[in-house]
Design a protein around this ligand. Structure first.
Ligand SMILES: [Fe+2]
Ligand SMILES: [Fe+2]
Length: 148
């Protein structure tokens, strides 16, 4: 599967775009991880997500905006899922096959979730951040395809 097709959109907010690209890279690394690499790959992703969500949560609480509560809840739900999988991977009864299956389904879910979250919720936050800083929303320039 070509995971590049799941790449989240750029929002025109350099800080958020850089962090989302890193999250996407780490989800891809989790997707590609063998059962022996899974715990380390999951830990890297958990650390990065916790820090990224923490920064977004602080902005959401400070700036508000549409769906701020839903946005906060979604971050918390994703972190909870990552913690649950982390716990199961650490149990002695978890076989390598189960770990592999679990990590594979988690990373697939995240590959679908991340671009959707970025384009629906983070885009809103980027607009609020930009408005607070400059009094306007960020512009994303797209090259028009020939014949389009
Ligand atoms: Fe984000
Ligand atoms: Fe977010």
């Amino acid at each position: 599967m070509n995971i590049q097709s799941f790449q989240p959109m750029n929002l025109g907010d350099a800080h958020l775009d850089r962090e989302h690209a890193e999250l996407f890279r780490l989800v891809g690394a989790l997707f590609d991880a063998s059962s022996s690499e899974a715990v380390a790959a999951l830990d890297s992703l958990r650390t990065e997500m916790r820090e990224h969500f923490g920064r977004e949560d602080a902005d959401l609480r400070r700036l508000g905006g549409n769906n701020a509560e839903c946005h906060l809840d979604e971050h918390a739900a994703v972190l909870k899922s990552l913690d649950e999988v982390h716990l199961i991977l650490g149990e002695t009864a978890t076989t390598p096959a189960t770990a592999q299956r679990l990590v594979s389904s988690l990373s697939l879910e995240l590959l679908h979730w991340l671009p959707e979250h970025v384009s629906e919720m983070d885009a809103n936050l980027a607009a609020v951040r930009s408005k607070a800083r400059f009094g306007g929303v960020p512009m994303t320039l797209l090259r028009r395809k020939p014949g389009a």
